[in-house]
Design a protein around this ligand. Structure first.
Ligand SMILES: [Zn+2]
Ligand SMILES: [Zn+2]
Length: 760
């Protein structure tokens, strides 16, 4: 019997359905709750079984679990073991392997998939030594069949099994090296920092090899924002009359840094304005390149507002369904083997995508190409044309995005025309600019990229235009102005916070993490309370942790070390280095790093404690403020998060409270006991009474909490909550109302009527 092992049950089922189809499809059964699929043909019996991703993981052997008693140098040198993470799956594959006379590894086609295959393989060899031995896999001499495919479609699976390959030990070892190094660094540094700052139990501070430099990117930007000093400037505008309607023009000087200069520009402007020059320019915007993982997840984030982590989850679902190709890929060049005309023909038959049907008129379909070309996976593309309406919610939008992008890569450029007119009014110059789409090109199908038209009136050189009698147009905040021309005072803004999509791009540029791990690493920063909000804002604890590293363990704060490790893993995959030497080097570096932390543990702890303290401080107490109570040094009493010693419950209290002093401040506010809370505002911008917090529940959406119960925002929230509950209750009552009762009463009425009639 030939046993085919895949990464998940859904792919085992799909492959059995495809390969077993000529025999009328597979039969299925279960062992240790793990399903498997069988069929027979002229080549003999075949079976597929799916793993659950990694079913084994590296772990420390027994004897290292006590944080206080384990010397960290011993921990760093510990010989790691493999521990089953799913015992049932391990038992199932061992049992099935006993009946097998050949094995095919058919896990996902990437470094991680190769490692998952090797892990399963070694367990199966233990169960059935006739297939080979661990000595042979350790030496890399055992030849193991490997099916590599990039999509769960009939053509691709049939091709993969007809062009069968061998398992690549270097590729698997590269993945294994990463796992070992991540465990060693994560465990050692998490313990080191938690011990130094005396954070035990569930309060430990997690540190990661990739996680910490990623946090650094967010913190560095926050520091730039805090250091930003706003600089005032002025912009000058004027309204001109035109037969098609008045229009607004901008002064030729972008920004005036002195108010006097802006005033001089206003004084120098005189009616009429004379059009001095009109220039039009055609712009050609090239269609986008094929999707790799980064481009896809950043696009899903910016175009659809779906976070990179959930975009990847959805893409994996679509891949498992056979709707798109494997979504973890660096490749940006379609392989020549891709049946593009066939695919496009079926895609444009779907009504939603018919705008691209013109592509089929082209004798030759030429796609764009990105910078990186690899041979493992193709760029992400739709493997099947389906009606998006058949999918639900975000899945539908993500599938559409992949299809539209794919069609766009074969489409002509978008052509826009921009016009600029320069107008002289008195001794001052103004300009106005417009842009219209002449030919949408690829934006006709990739609709997210279509720019809106900004039309300006038709202007001719020498044309005279009187200054209007009206000034700035009305906005939400301000009524229409009466001055023409007029100046608007503005301030320079700090650099923007980094969006999650941008963060993924920056991680890729710096070699932080892999296409498979980046989104999860960002999620961890949220889970650990180092960042909150969207775009992510660092908490004081997050900032302190990074600052502590930067000062005392610089190797952990900067991306260089991690990038170097990534490069070494590539060299293992290419067979140029061994796993043993890379992990060994990493252990040496870790010994050095731990010694550095140990030498400065007290200073490091102080920095971290200060950050954690600051996260507990919410803002000045208004009651104390009004009563004129302050701290001894004259600074305001602060409201802060306190954990009750006895009950362990948290609440908000004032630093002005003194035990047994009735004149001190007894302000307290309850807090939700579950989830993380962060300071949103020192003083609520709605009621101006108390601090306002953000509550991030373990599951579900974050919500804003104003400590002041009477705050409009809280009243509104309560009202909405009550409405939701009332609606829910009403629905439940509707659902519960037993239908027969209604019938019964109707029957009873009929009976009564009949009885009445009979009585007459
Ligand atoms: Zn107070
Ligand atoms: Zn409020």
């Amino acid at each position: 019997m030939r046993l085919i092992v895949t990464e998940k049950n859904s792919s085992a089922k799909k492959i059995a359905e495809i390969l077993g189809a000529p025999q009328g499809g597979p039969t299925s059964d279960k062992t240790f709750k793990v399903p498997y699929y069988m069929w027979s043909d002229s080549d003999g019996d075949h079976m597929t079984v799916g793993l659950k991703g990694h079913v084994l993981g590296p772990a420390f052997p027994e004897g290292y679990s006590n944080w206080q008693k384990t010397d960290l140098h011993d921990l760093i040198d510990a010989k790691l073991i493999k521990e089953p993470t799913d015992k049932n799956v391990v038992k199932a594959i061992k049992k099935l392997a006993k009946e097998a006379d050949s094995l095919v590894i058919a896990t996902d086609f990437d470094r991680e998939g190769e490692l998952i295959g090797l892990e399963a393989l070694e367990e199966m060899l233990d169960a059935n030594p006739e297939l080979g031995s661990r000595e042979e896999t350790d030496a890399g001499t055992l030849k193991v069949l490997r099916a590599r495919y990039s999509a769960l479609t009939k053509e691709e699976i049939e091709r993969a099994f007809s062009e069968i390959d061998y398992l690549s030990y270097p590729l698997a070892n590269a993945g294994a090296a990463r796992q070992d190094i991540d465990l060693l660094w994560g465990a050692t540094l998490t313990r080191a920092v938690s011990l130094a700052s005396r954070r035990f139990g569930s309060n430990f501070l997690s540190v990661g090899r990739v996680q910490s430099p990623t946090l650094g990117l967010i913190v560095e930007r926050e520091m730039e924002r805090r250091a930003h000093v706003a600089k005032p400037f002025w912009e000058v505008f004027a309204n001109f009359e035109h037969p098609d309607g008045a229009f607004e023009a901008h002064h030729a000087t972008d920004k005036f840094w002195e108010q006097a200069e802006a005033d001089a520009a206003l004084a120098g402007t005189a009616s009429p304005g004379i059009v001095k020059a009109v220039t039009a320019r055609k712009n050609t915007r090239k269609p986008p390149t094929p999707y790799n993982t980064t481009a896809f997840s950043t696009d899903a984030s910016s175009r659809l507002g779906i976070t990179p982590a959930s975009a990847m989850r959805i893409a994996e679902d679509l891949y498992m369904d056979g709707f798109i190709s494997y979504p973890r890929t660096d490749n940006t060049v379609y392989p020549a083997s891709l049946p593009v005309r066939e695919l496009i023909t079926s895609l444009v038959r779907v009504k939603e995508f018919s705008a691209a049907s013109g592509l089929l008129d082209q004798p030759q379909l030429t796609p764009t190409r990105g910078k990186k070309e690899t041979t493992d996976h193709p760029p992400i593309y739709p493997t099947q044309a389906i009606h998006p309406g058949a999918l639900e919610g975000p899945k539908k939008r993500v599938y559409e995005l992949v299809v539209r992008r794919f069609l766009a890569t074969f489409s002509p450029p978008m052509i826009t025309e921009s016009t600029r007119a320069d107008i002289e009014a008195g001794d001052q110059s103004y300009f106005v600019r417009g842009s219209v789409v002449v030919d949408p090109g690829y934006a006709g199908i990739y609709t997210y990229a279509r720019s809106s038209d900004e039309e300006i009136p038709a202007l001719q050189e020498g044309q005279e235009l009187a200054l209007s009698s009206t000034g700035a147009a009305a906005t939400d905040d301000e009524p229409a102005g009466t001055d023409n021309p007029w100046a608007v005072g503005k301030e320079t803004q700090p650099p923007a916070r980094i969006s999650q999509a941008k963060l993924i791009e920056m991680m890729e540029e710096r070699g932080l993490g892999t296409k498979a791990t980046r989104a999860d690493i960002i999620q961890k920063l949220f889970d650990r309370g180092y960042v909150y909000g969207n775009p992510p804002i660092p908490t004081e604890t997050g900032i302190a942790l990074y600052e502590a590293f930067k000062n005392y363990v610089p190797a952990m704060a900067t991306p260089e070390m991690t990038a170097q490790l990534e490069a070494e893993m590539d060299r293992i995959a290419a067979g140029e280095m061994t796993k043993g030497s890379v992990v060994g080097e990493s252990r040496e570096l870790l010994h050095k790093t731990w010694s550095e932390i140990d030498d400065s543990r007290e200073d490091l702890a102080k920095v971290i404690w200060k950050g954690m303290d600051e996260d507990r401080i919410l803002g000045p107490c208004k009651v104390c403020e009004e009563a004129g109570r302050t701290k001894e040094d004259g600074s305001p009493n602060m409201l802060r998060i306190i954990r009750a010693k006895k009950s362990g419950k948290r609440f908000v209290g004032c630093s002005g409270w003194v035990l047994d002093d009735p004149d001190s401040c007894d302000q307290t506010f309850p807090l939700p006991q579950r989830g993380d809370v962060f300071r949103l505002e020192e003083r609520c911008s709605i009621c101006d009474q108390t601090p306002r917090l953000k509550v991030q529940p373990f599951r579900g959406r974050p919500w804003n909490l104003c400590l002041n119960d009477d705050c409009e925002s809280m009243q509104e929230m309560k009202k909405r909550r009550a409405e939701r509950e009332a609606a829910k209750k009403a629905k439940e009552e509707m659902d519960q109302k037993p239908m027969p009762e209604k019938d019964k009463s109707a029957t009873a009425t009929r009976k009564r009527k009949r009885a009445k009639a009979a009585a007459k």
